[in-house]
Design a protein around this ligand. Structure first.
Ligand SMILES: [Zn+2]
Length: 475
């Protein structure tokens, strides 16, 4: 059986889950469901990143131990993904015992590339990483403006990242390794400028995985976190290498530079693609605790329904670019596309089928559904275009009802209604990765199984009952 392995970034648990985190989990969920539909053995890994200085500080602020704090926070992420029907196969926590042991063994494997030294430089606790002066804008890190960097000086162990510059540049020649292309160009030109060795331990921090060669140190949180993709990839790393790592643009450097160097050093296969997506703002504003606009995925799904949130995000944004999550445009798409076009089609055709009955015939409508195009778009992460294509076919089905006046009692009616009903089945199967809850409702009403091969297999239902209203409109 063919395998497909997709990962998301594991979220840092010092803050509550918001729509920016959800964006990435939804993208990964579409891929996971699509390949399941195609009959692949799929593994979808997500989870939480739970070590490091920032967590230690947040826990203190709440008057909790680090462990109590991360236990409490990781549950919030799990609950958020449940609301959005995120179908992950494992939720990994970097405090999981199997992960901690894996990290220590990995470090033993790359011993030849580790040496002891001294670090002095600037550290952004927000990013949990070191910066050099030239990385900064007005003396501040670009992701945490207004936050002072710490001046850092301590004994540390280094990973010989600089030794991998040539191998990395070679790797970047593979066309799909870093996507999209603009992100790739940025990274390639920075690697060409040269690479510095990476400090991979912290001395004066207790909250982390013990460094196997020196008890006085813990493993640097990023080095620990990146390894989740291997430690969490199934028994004996069954699913490794990953087909795609999805991550936000603030994590590009770690995944496209440090991570492959670590893998080469330890003789592991490399992931096929590192896909770097843009950031979302919320109603025109940056999502941040200080602005107080961190709206939980639970709140939004209660208000609009999980399928509408998923649909809006997938239809409205080009994955590589930044976008604005606006409730106004969500409501517009919900009303115009989900309720008026798709929901209406389903209610209308099932009600006609209930009234007039159906008669099995060849579905000539179906040849207008461009399945190959849709598949091509999904494989190239153009989910907006895939949905657009599916909705053109929905339009066509609605027009067919109008043109043939299927609400009038006449002889050909039963056959024509059958064709639209069979097309609704095909549409619902293709929409399942995007709006699973609705697709599953329709599959129940029309009694078919959600499988890729059923798109072209004629529907076998005899008696149809009118469907409930799938999407109520919002004002
Ligand atoms: Zn920062």
């Amino acid at each position: 059986m063919k395998k497909f392995y997709v990962t998301t970034a594991i979220d840092y648990v010092n803050a509550e889950p918001h729509i920016g985190h959800a964006y990435q989990k939804i993208i990964a969920d579409v891929l996971a469901r699509w390949y399941r539909l195609k009959g692949f053995e799929v593994f979808y890994l997500t989870g939480t990143d739970e070590h490091g200085q920032k967590i230690s500080e947040s826990a203190k602020n709440f008057g909790l131990s680090e462990k109590e704090f991360v236990d409490k926070m990781s549950i919030k992420f799990k609950e958020a993904w449940k609301c959005l029907n995120i179908s992950y196969d494992r939720f990994i926590r970097t405090t999981d015992k199997d992960h901690e042991i894996f990290v220590q063994n990995f470090i033993k494997k790359i011993k030849k590339d580790i040496y002891k030294g001294k670090y002095s430089g600037l550290y952004c606790v927000g990013c949990e990483r070191f910066y050099t002066e030239k990385d900064l804008i007005n003396g501040e890190c670009q992701f945490h403006p207004g936050k002072k960097l710490e001046i850092f000086e301590e004994e540390t162990y280094y990973f010989k990242l600089s030794a991998y510059r040539k191998k990395l540049l070679n790797l970047y020649k593979k066309k799909d390794f870093i996507l999209p292309i603009e992100r790739k160009n940025e990274i390639v030109s920075r690697v060409k400028e040269g690479l510095q060795d990476l400090s991979i331990t912290r001395k004066n921090l207790k909250w982390g995985i013990a460094f196997p060669f020196d008890k006085g140190h813990v493993v640097y949180v990023w080095f620990d976190a990146l390894l989740n993709y291997l430690s969490g990839s199934g028994k004996k790393q069954k699913f490794w290498p990953a087909d795609v790592h999805l991550l936000g643009k603030d994590n590009g450097w770690f995944h496209a530079v440090i991570w492959p160097a670590m893998l080469i050093a330890a003789n592991y296969k490399l992931p096929k693609t590192v896909f770097i997506h843009g950031f979302l703002t919320f109603n025109g504003q940056k999502i941040s605790k200080t602005l107080g606009n961190v709206i939980s995925p639970e709140y939004l799904t209660k208000k609009y329904g999980s399928d509408s949130i998923r649909y809006y995000i997938l239809r409205n944004f080009v994955l590589g670019e930044d976008g604005d999550f606006s409730e106004k445009s969500l409501i517009e798409r919900h009303n115009n596309e989900l309720a008026n076009k798709f929901g209406n089609l389903v209610t209308r055709i099932t009600s006609l089928a209930e009234k007039f009955g159906i008669e099995k015939t060849k579905n000539n409508l179906l040849k207008n559904l461009k399945i190959k195009e849709i598949e091509k778009y999904i494989k190239s992460y153009s989910f907006d275009k895939a949905l657009n294509e599916i909705f053109s076919f929905i339009d066509l089905c609605n027009e067919y009802i109008q043109k043939n006046k299927l609400w009038e009692a006449k002889k050909e009616n039963k056959k024509q209604i059958y064709q639209v009903l069979d097309s609704v089945k095909a549409i619902s199967i293709l929409l399942w990765p995007f709006i699973p809850e609705t697709s599953e409702k329709i599959a129940k009403t029309l009694k078919f199984k959600i499988k890729f091969e059923n798109i072209k297999k004629p529907i076998s239902i005899k008696k149809v009952k009118k469907s409930e209203i799938l999407f109520k409109k919002f004002n």
